[in-house]
Design a protein around this ligand. Structure first.
Ligand code: NAD
Length: 368
C-alpha cells in the first residue's frame, strides 16, 4: 500500500512521525512524505528517508497514494486530485458541516473521520480528540501564565507576599482537566465548572473546587458529551459564572457542544468586571467561542484584559502533538489496516463509526 503524508498548511504537526514510518515500511508499505512535511515538528526529510520514506512533491503524493493521512482536511481542489477508490483519513467534522463529505463523495474516495471514532474503552488509544485536547489544555495554561502580569504560585519573599493566582476553568472535559492539572502544578488556586454531572468527581480528584449549579439535565445517554441545558439552569449558571469570572486572574474556557456552536458563557459585561491584567484563553474559538468577545486565531486586548482565541494550541507543541497523533493512527491501523490491506467491515464499531464515505457514497448519518 502506498501511504502518503502531506505538510499541513498552517500547523506545526505532521500526521506520521519517522518512528512509525519505519514500522510501516517494515510491514511492506511504501511511504510517501511531502518534502518538509515534518519540518515544524523537528522531523527533517533526512530522518524520514532514513526511516525508509520517499520524499515527494505535494502533487506527486496526492496523485499516487492508496491511503492519505492529514491532521486537517484538505480543500476540495486537492481532494479531487486523489485517485478514485483511494482512502483518506483526517478529522472531517461531519457532525458540524457537510462540506468535506460532499468533496469526498465527489472525489469518489473512501474516508475515515478520526473525530467519529466512538469514545469507547477499546478505542481510547486511537482518540486524537483526547490527545490533542489534553495538549491544548496544558498549553492554554502556559499561554495564560505568559500573558498574565502576575505570578501563578503563592510566594513569601523578603519583599513581601504574593497571593496565588485564581484560575477558573469552564468546561472540564479532556482539555479542561489537563488545564486544571497544569494550573495546580504552577501553584494556582483552581475552580472549574461543567454541566456534565460526572465532571465534579474528576475536578475534585485533581484538587480543584467544583463550581456547582443545581438542576443540570441528565447527560448519561449522550455518549460522554454535554447536552443543551434549560433556560432556568442557564440563568443560574450565568449568575454564578459572572461572580467567579470577576474574581479570577485567568479564565480558560473549553466548553463545546458537539456539532453545535460553543455555548456563550462569558459576556462582555462579565469581562468588564474582570481585574486589570486578567487573561481569558478561549479554546472553543473555532466553533464561535465561549467568550462573546473572543476572535478565532487572534489575541485581542479588550480594555485591560487579554483575550486569546485559539482552538489549535496543540500545534504549538508540534513535536509531541505529532508523536501522539501518529501513535493514535498506529492504533487505529491495527483495526483498519492489517494483513497489508484496508478493512471496511461495518460490523466493527470503530469502522462503522468512522467510515463516513465509501467509494463516494456518504455513509455518515445513514442508519445501517
Ligand atoms: P468536549 O470537547 O465536547 O467539551 C468540553 C467540555 O465542555 C465537556 O466536559 C462538556 O461537558 C463541557 N461543556 C459543554 N457545555 C458546557 C456549558 N454550557 N458549561 C460548561 N461546560 C460545558 O468534551 P471532551 O473533552 O471531548 O470530553 C467529553 C467527555 O468524553 C468527557 O467526559 C471525557 O472524559 C469523555 N471521554 C471519553 C473517552 C473514552 O474513550 N471513554 C475518551 C475521551 C473523552
Amino acid at each position: 500500500m502506498r501511504i502518503g503524508v502531506l505538510k499541513e498548511r498552517e500547523d506545526n504537526r505532521v500526521a506520521l512521525i519517522p518512528d512509525y514510518v519505519k514500522t510501516l515500511k517494515g510491514e511492506g508499505h511504501e511511504i510517501l512524505i511531502e518534502n518538509d512535511a515534518g519540518v515544524h515538528a523537528f522531523f527533517r526529510d533526512e530522518i524520514y528517508k532514513e526511516a525508509g520514506a520517499e520524499i515527494k512533491k505535494r502533487d506527486e503524493v496526492l496523485k499516487s497514494v492508496d491511503l492519505l493521512i492529514t491532521v486537517h482536511p484538505l480543500e476540495k481542489s486537492e481532494i479531487l486530485k486523489l485517485p478514485s477508490s483511494s482512502t483518506y483519513i483526517s478529522s472531517f467534522v461531519p457532525f458540524a458541516t457537510d462540506k468535506h463529505l460532499k468533496d469526498l463523495a465527489e472525489g469518489k474516495v473512501n474516508a475515515f473521520s478520526l473525530d467519529m471514532i466512538p469514545r469507547i474503552t477499546i478505542a481510547q488509544s486511537m482518540d486524537v480528540l483526547s490527545s490533542m485536547a489534553s495538549i491544548a489544555g496544558y498549553k492554554a495554561v502556559l499561554t495564560a501564565a505568559n500573558s498574565l502580569p502576575r505570578y501563578f504560585p503563592m510566594l513569601t519573599t523578603a519583599a513581601g507576599s504574593i497571593p496565588p493566582a485564581k484560575v477558573l476553568i469552564l468546561g472540564a472535559g479532556v482539555a479542561g482537566l489537563q488545564a486544571i492539572a497544569t494550573s495546580k502544578r504552577l501553584g494556582a488556586v483552581v475552580e472549574a465548572f461543567d454541566t456534565r454531572l460526572a465532571a465534579k468527581e474528576e475536578v475534585e480528584s485533581l484538587g480543584a473546587k467544583f463550581v456547582e449549579v443545581e438542576g443540570a439535565r441528565d447527560d448519561k445517554a449522550a455518549g460522554g458529551y454535554a447536552v443543551e441545558q434549560t433556560e432556568e439552569y442557564k440563568q443560574k449558571q450565568r449568575e454564578l459564572i459572572a461572580e467567579k469570572v470577576a474574581k479570577s486572574d485567568v479564565v480558560i474556557t473549553t466548553a463545546q457542544l458537539r456539532g453545535k456552536p460553543a455555548p456563550k458563557l462569558i459576556t462582555k459585561e462579565m469581562v468588564d468586571q474582570m481585574k486589570p491584567g486578567a487573561v481569558i484563553i478561549d479554546l472553543a474559538s473555532s466553533t464561535g467561542g465561549n467568550c462573546e468577545l473572543s476572535k478565532d486565531n487572534e489575541t485581542i486586548q479588550y480594555k485591560e484584559i487579554t483575550i486569546v482565541g485559539n482552538s489549535e494550541l496543540a500545534s504549538d507543541v508540534g513535536q509531541h502533538a505529532s508523536q501522539l497523533f501518529s501513535k493514535n493512527i498506529q492504533n487505529f491501523f491495527k483495526v483498519v489496516l492489517n494483513d497489508g490491506k484496508l478493512h471496511f467491515d461495518l460490523d466493527n464499531p470503530i469502522i462503522k463509526g468512522s467510515l463516513i464515505v465509501k467509494d463516494g457514497e456518504i455513509l455518515f448519518g445513514k442508519e445501517n
